[in-house]
Design a protein. Structure first.
Length: 207
């Protein structure tokens, strides 16, 4: 089993997946993806918790990092590496992201502008997830922020920048070179018949 690579991450979407999500994520984790954002917004917290526990078992074996989308309760219950919040949730929480009950929790925040990124950093975010970098089917009509957005964030923030949106083997190298610590892929890794091969193509590009 290869070591995980924290430059490559997955955002889950079981509705795009032709096999059970736990099986697909286990394959992806074993192939080397270092960070997994479990993003299944339609599930109840008990359902999300059940799924998270199974995925964490797989990620722990490669020393990967499981990140729970939106639910602090589930993140605390499974002792996940991190919690991911959309920027709207950050505003709803009064721009506070740290939990006194879980001080070591890494908190990432989705941002679409420099102003949002600065607000997330001020609120205590551990890193920001910037995007969509390139046009993607999940954000119809959005042209993408481009590589320049990564460069802008890197020159104005003191916390790491992660990237998402339209990322694939033929463009991820430039995103990493621009300063993104981790690139996250959703659709292709959920749909790809050979996710292991796809991951190897990605890792080859950023090695």
């Amino acid at each position: 089993m290869p070591d995980c690579d924290f430059r490559l991450g997955l955002i889950t979407d079981r509705l795009l997946c032709s096999e059970p999500l736990t099986e697909r994520t286990t394959r992806i984790i074993r192939a080397g993806a270092g960070r997994i954002i479990l993003r299944e917004k339609d599930l109840s917290e008990p359902e999300l918790l059940t799924l998270a526990l199974k995925i964490k078992t797989a990620s722990d074996k490669t020393k990967g990092q499981l990140i729970i989308n939106s639910s602090l309760t589930v993140a605390m219950e499974v002792r996940s590496f991190g919690l991911h919040l959309p920027f709207t949730r950050l505003k709803e929480s009064g721009c506070q992201v740290l939990s006194p009950e879980y001080p070591d929790l890494s908190v990432s925040v989705s941002v679409h502008s420099l102003a949002e990124a600065l607000a997330a950093q001020k609120a205590g975010a551990s890193q920001v997830l910037a995007g969509p970098i390139f046009p993607t089917a999940s954000k119809p009509g959005h042209p993408g922020t481009g590589i320049k957005f990564i460069c802008l964030l890197k020159s104005n923030l003191s916390i790491p920048v992660w990237a998402v949106g339209g990322l694939k083997p033929d463009n991820i190298k430039e995103v990493i070179k621009a300063g993104a610590e981790t690139i996250f892929i959703r659709g292709p890794l959920m749909k790809e018949p050979d996710p292991e091969g796809y991951i190897q193509k990605c890792l080859k590009e950023i090695s």
